[in-house]
Design a protein around this ligand. Structure first.
Ligand SMILES: Cc1ncc(COP(=O)(O)O)c(C=O)c1O
Length: 361
């Protein structure tokens, strides 16, 4: 980790209009770093409750429980597939301290409502934006609404550094906590003027000086060098993904038997999610089988209703109210990938296989 990482962080922060960016080894590492910084800076403490959507990736949740926090699951909106903001007020308890919002599959959450609710209840808002680089809400980039926002540049995402992640924040104190926690909890990466720790002017004393129980979440120079080229292309890659979605919508025409994820505002279309209607003659599993047999890779909608994954027995949690919409996508949902290149040929093929299976062919 050196000059390339520093430059990538500067480019990334400038692109999204944030003060600070911290590059790490993955989006999962970004979530761990942001949450750990909130805990070690004293803004959260063990036993505090964090509201999370019932549908997200595993490492949205794990860093929270690994840092001693409790998960409070709230159902998703059946159309946007993001946390259902109408259910939030009723889900807040005396122990609730934070909402960890997730922009699912490219789709922004409703940040005007989320911010208002968090302000009214004095809750921290943070964003897992690992699936939605380039999405925006009211012309503001996702990943910049909360106290921190996280990004992934894993191979299948909007930009790819093979593995890689970033945390954005405008908060200088959190930034300094992250600089130390990212690399062993040492002082070496802190600026001389940091309020977090007053460094000894003799570099010998600060070469191995540990102030926090940190991790090693450092990225590689090579990943950052790739990231610097990729971030230049991000707007074009996202625009192409949006064009691909428009093309798919046309290609599917009046085909019935499913509903699709509804973009709340500008989605960056990570993939294309489908939920088979419960009264459709064909089941989700039949559709998945035919797509797979036709050479089209299919995935569940992230982890479905996350509380139905066996790992839940390890995670201190509560469920605010029945997770009806999450259960629906668990049983009836799937998604296929999008890409930053022109996919007209692939989308025509996909639409024709969908048409065959839904028409019983
Ligand atoms: C919502 C969400 N958060 C976090 C991650 C973790 O990112 P990474 O694969 O870079 O560790 C992912 C991965 O796709 C994700 O979808």
């Amino acid at each position: 980790m050196g000059a390339e990482v520093k430059s990538y962080e500067a480019d990334f922060a400038a692109h999204f209009g944030s003060r600070y960016a911290v590059m790490v080894s993955s989006g999962s590492a970004a979530n761990l770093l942001g949450i750990a910084a909130l805990v070690y800076s004293g803004r959260l403490k063990a036993g505090d409750e964090v509201i999370v959507p019932a549908v997200s990736w595993s490492t949205t949740y794990f860093p929270l429980t690994q840092m001693g926090l409790r998960l409070r699951f709230v159902d998703i909106d059946p159309d946007t597939l993001n946390i259902d903001v109408a259910l939030l007020d009723a889900a807040i308890t005396d122990a609730t301290r934070m909402v960890f919002a997730v922009n699912l599959l490219g789709n922004p959450c409703d940040y005007s409502q989320l911010r208002a609710i968090c302000e009214a209840h004095d809750l921290i808002l943070a964003e897992d934006n690992c699936e939605s680089m380039g999405a925006s809400f009211q012309e503001k980039m996702c990943g910049t609404f909360g106290v921190f926002g996280t990004f992934s540049s894993f191979y299948s995402h909007h930009i790819a550094t093979m593995e890689g992640g970033v945390v954005l924040t405008d908060d200088e104190e959190l930034y300094h906590f992250m600089l130390s926690l990212r690399a062993h909890g040492w002082t070496r990466d802190l600026p001389k003027t940091s309020q977090l720790y007053s460094k000894n002017p003799d570099p010998f004393y600060e070469s191995y000086n540990f102030i926090l129980p940190g991790f090693n979440l450092r990225p590689l120079e090579m990943e950052a060098a790739i990231g610097r080229e990729q971030i230049i292309k991000l707007d074009g890659l996202v625009s192409q993904r949006i064009l691909n979605e428009a093309y798919l919508k046309e290609a599917l025409g009046g085909l019935r038997g499913f509903r699709r994820q509804r973009p709340l505002q500008q989605s960056s279309w990570f993939g294309f999610a489908f939920i088979i209607d419960p009264d459709c003659d064909v089941s989700r599993d039949q559709v998945v089988k035919q797509l797979t047999n036709s050479g089209i890779e299919v995935r569940p909608i992230v982890a479905g209703n996350f509380t139905r994954n066996p790992v839940i027995s390890y995670l201190p949690h509560s469920i605010a109210a029945p997770l009806t919409a999450a259960d629906d996508i668990h049983k009836n949902g799937f998604f296929v990938g999008n890409h930053g290149h022109d996919m007209r040929r692939e989308l025509d093929y996909f639409a024709s296989v969908m048409s065959d299976v839904l028409n019983g062919k």
